[in-house]
Design a protein around this ligand. Structure first.
Ligand code: RTP
Ligand code: MG
Length: 157
């Protein structure tokens, strides 16, 4: 009798404000069908400071101020997703940054289906496991750790 062990990985997923208003159920359904465990979840309006810190890697880009303004416009849903190879799989499910490209190369992807434009592109996903743990720690605080299955119940702070 052989048992296989698949190491779990965590990624951070964010449903951005426009998509949370219009496509919440479809995106959550997609995540569940993809076999991810939602190990932490919080719905929140990011402050300007939090959005700036969250996307600090982009602070010198021409779109930075627009990006921060957009991310603060309304509630986001923040999720830690757990699965084998979660970072890559969630990025694949999202599709390319620009929905025009997404429609070409990944028509089933979330951005192909739900993005408005390259800025309001419906979802975020960490680009590597290091970023994932850094951002999960930043957004959920100290108690976020692997295997920790928690729903904050903290839906409006
Ligand atoms: P994300 O970080 O949100 O998952 O997106 P990503 O890795 O696919 O793309 P990234 O280069 O990290 O860009 C972060 C977010 O900035 C906005 N953006 N706007 N106007 C523009 O040319 C432009 N380029 C990027 C998007 O909201 C993008 O997701
Ligand atoms: Mg990125």
């Amino acid at each position: 009798e052989i048992e296989f062990f698949f190491p779990q990985e965590q990624t951070l997923a964010v449903i951005k404000p426009n998509a949370l208003v219009e496509h919440r159920e479809e995106i959550l359904e997609h995540i569940q069908k993809g076999g991810f465990t939602i190990s932490r979840v919080k719905e929140t309006i990011l402050s300007r400071e939090m959005a700036e810190e969250f996307y600090k890697e982009h602070r010198d880009k021409p779109f930075f101020s627009q990006l921060v303004e957009f991310m603060c416009r309304g509630p986001c849903m923040l999720m830690a997703l757990t699965k084998e190879n979660a970072v890559e799989e969630w990025r694949a499910m999202m599709g390319p940054t620009d929905p025009a490209e997404a429609k070409e190369v990944a028509p089933e992807s979330l951005r192909a289906r739900f993005a408005t434009d390259i800025l309001q592109n419906s979802v975020h996903g960490s680009s590597n496991p290091q970023h994932a743990s850094e951002k999960i720690h930043f957004l959920f605080g100290d108690i976020a750790s692997e295997g920790d299955v928690t729903n904050d119940g903290d839906m409006a702070t």
